[in-house]
Design a protein around this ligand. Structure first.
Ligand SMILES: C[S@@+](CC[C@H](N)C(=O)[O-])C[C@H]1O[C@@H](n2cnc3c(N)ncnc32)[C@H](O)[C@@H]1O
Length: 240
């Protein structure tokens, strides 16, 4: 990356390489980290089709003039993989709570200096204020334990006029409503599968200006939504 993202670790922030063990990490997040340690080696194969269908919706929404992007809950770097081919001009920092998922991403991008990877939580990002043009969070916001704290962090690291792109599960589809109910009953860790109205309200409450909200299917089962929003400032979408 030509200008390396500055890492920020505030006192008491136990994110880097210890997301699972810091004292301030909840039981829910410890559990999630151990779950994703199991998924990490098989994630790409198991979710290849789903990931292609959902991540392409995020890639499509990236403004032409964007340069620096942060991908929160980046997983194994599949979004970066798609960007590398479609938008090779971009610099990316991927952040994920799971050290094992981040390790897969690092390995995948070994030698690519414009892609950096770090362990961290959505609620406490290892990045400077106003340092990114775009923030993406794909297939993961329903897992963020404190969504308003997460959105406040998204706001902090985006430059004024920067773009927030959220792709997440949508409870408006019957299959997802059923999944939501099932996960509430048996799920080991917390998931909040929202409707477009619920997510839009949270994003608006966090001070973002909503640009567009849509829902879409990724195969017969998965129902998702995409919200694009602007961090308050003077930014304009240039390609439209
Ligand atoms: C379903 S995977 C999606 C990964 C990637 N965004 C993708 O679409 O390929 C969910 C990811 O969210 C991460 N995650 C969950 N909660 C998080 C949080 N609060 N902060 C950062 N990462 C989180 C998990 O570790 C996991 O890698």
């Amino acid at each position: 990356m030509s200008s390396q993202p500055q890492t920020k670790h505030d006192p008491g922030d136990h994110t880097t390489n210890s997301a699972a063990s810091g004292d301030d990490v909840s039981e829910n997040y410890r559990d999630l980290v151990s779950r994703y340690a199991t998924y990490a080696p098989i994630y790409d194969r198991r979710f290849a089709v789903y990931s292609r269908r959902t991540l392409s919706k995020a890639v499509e929404a990236i403004p032409e003039d964007a340069k620096r992007i942060i991908d929160v809950a980046c997983g194994t770097g599949l979004f970066g993989e798609m960007l590398r081919h479609r938008r090779p001009d971009l610099e990316l920092l991927g952040v994920d709570i799971s050290p094992d998922m981040v390790e897969v991403a690092r390995h995948r991008f070994d030698g690519h200096e414009s892609y950096q990877w770090d362990v961290g939580r959505a609620e406490s990002l290892p990045a400077d204020d106003a340092s990114f043009d775009v923030l993406t969070c794909n297939n993961a916001f329903h897992l963020v334990e404190r969504p308003m704290d997460g959105l406040a962090e998204f706001h902090r690291v985006l430059r004024p006029g920067g773009w927030l792109i959220l792709v997440d599960w949508c409870r408006e589809y019957p299959t997802m409503l059923a999944l939501h109910g099932w996960l509430r009953l048996v799920g080991r860790h917390r998931r909040d599968v929202r409707t477009r109205a619920e997510l839009t309200e949270l994003v608006g409450q966090a001070g973002f200006e909503i640009d567009a909200v849509e829902r879409f299917k990724a195969g017969w089962f998965w129902g998702l939504m995409r919200i694009t929003a602007v961090s308050p400032g003077s930014g304009q979408r240039t390609e439209e």
